[in-house]
Design a protein around this ligand. Structure first.
Ligand SMILES: Cc1cc2nc3c(=O)[nH]c(=O)nc-3n(C[C@H](O)[C@H](O)[C@H](O)COP(=O)(O)OP(=O)(O)OC[C@H]3O[C@@H](n4cnc5c(N)ncnc54)[C@H](O)[C@@H]3O)c2cc1C
Length: 294
């Protein structure tokens, strides 16, 4: 008898995580589980806890590099219950499994602005909140500023609501470790649809001009140290175009490490180590990974 018997969920065995991460690398998940509802997620976490099974939550996999040989249990919020979205005046309440493009479209359709800076980020709402996704152009702005309330569930399968006062967001960081984000209430701004559309276009155009979008990546590999861009430091070390196996440092944006086709997790890690070493040697600055290395 399987320990997941009775759970309402989509379950896949030996799922290649290279299909589930934007870097297109990774081992297999022995179990890939998409629970049907919050109560099924809770039941899954309770079962996993009683069997001492560790799990990894995967959203759109756009910030993940998995170096482990295998993942025992991957949890993905992909069912209808985790992708719902509704508007209450100028607030948007959405499931954590919703993709940012869908979220932005709903906000736009309802004349709500404030999310435009997230245009072009290939994330789920849950992953974006966990890592406080944002941009630093033309000024620093992050999704955490918009969060009014979160519904989360802990490792024991107990759900609770966290209000704004208990949330702490920093640069690509939140105090939500140990929780799975289930849904969020975001405070937006009423605006004219044509202005919202124009803003979204400006952010997308900037992204297309400056970022490497032709190859698989996880966005910026390193956080920017105070007052300086990691891409600039890596570029000044002459590393643009440098490759290890199938991984390369983008010629367009030196903080993007790309999979040119057949990279492995270790090729990408080797390039990250090289960039860290060279930047440390030349500038005395220790780069901190932005990519979540598991
Ligand atoms: C081309 C490209 C451009 C990008 N541009 C930007 C950018 O401009 N700004 C920016 O901030 N990021 C950017 N990113 C990175 C990425 O999209 C963000 O970091 C995003 O927040 C990751 O969301 P995800 O759903 O893909 O999370 P994943 O990569 O799946 O997971 C990231 C982390 O969040 C956790 N997690 C995911 N979902 C949940 C949940 N529901 N509850 C709890 N934990 C969860 C995971 O366990 C993991 O630790 C870019 C990526 C790419 C590929």
């Amino acid at each position: 008898m399987n320990w997941l018997d009775g759970l309402r969920a989509k379950i896949l065995f030996d799922e290649p995580l290279s299909r589930r991460t934007t870097l297109r690398v990774g081992p297999r998940a022995r179990l890939w589980v998409e629970p049907d509802s919050l109560s099924d997620l809770s039941a899954l976490l309770k079962k996993a806890k009683s069997r001492h099974k560790d799990y990894l939550v995967i959203g759109c996999g756009s910030k993940l590099l998995i170096k482990k040989k295998a993942v025992a249990l991957a949890i993905h919020l992909n069912s209808f219950d985790f992708k719902q979205c509704r508007i209450e005046q100028d607030e948007l309440i959405a499931g954590a499994g919703l993709s940012l493009p869908h979220l932005l479209k709903t906000a736009y359709d309802n004349g709500l602005g404030g999310l435009e800076f997230l245009s072009g980020i290939p994330a789920s709402l849950g992953g974006a909140i966990m890592l406080n996704a944002g941009v630093s152009w033309p000024a620093r702005v992050e999704i955490g500023e918009l969060v009014r309330e979160l519904k989360v569930i802990d490792k024991s399968g107990v759900s609770k609501t966290l209000d704004k006062k208990s949330l702490r967001f920093g640069y690509r960081h939140s105090n939500l470790k140990g929780y799975i984000i289930v849904s969020a209430r975001l405070k937006l701004l009423r605006g004219r649809k044509k202005d919202i559309k124009l803003k979204m276009k400006e952010f997308l155009d900037y992204r297309r001009r400056t970022q490497e979008l032709s190859y698989a990546s996880a966005g910026c590999a390193f956080k920017n140290p105070e007052g300086v861009s990691s891409g600039r430091l890596i570029d000044l070390c002459g590393l643009k175009g440098r490759s290890v196996g199938g991984a390369a440092i983008s010629l367009k944006h030196a903080n993007f490490i790309v999979n040119t086709g057949k990279a492995s997790s270790s090729d990408i890690l080797a390039l990250m180590d090289l960039a860290k070493e060279e930047v440390k040697k030349r500038f005395g600055i220790a780069l901190e990974p932005e990519i979540r290395i598991i």
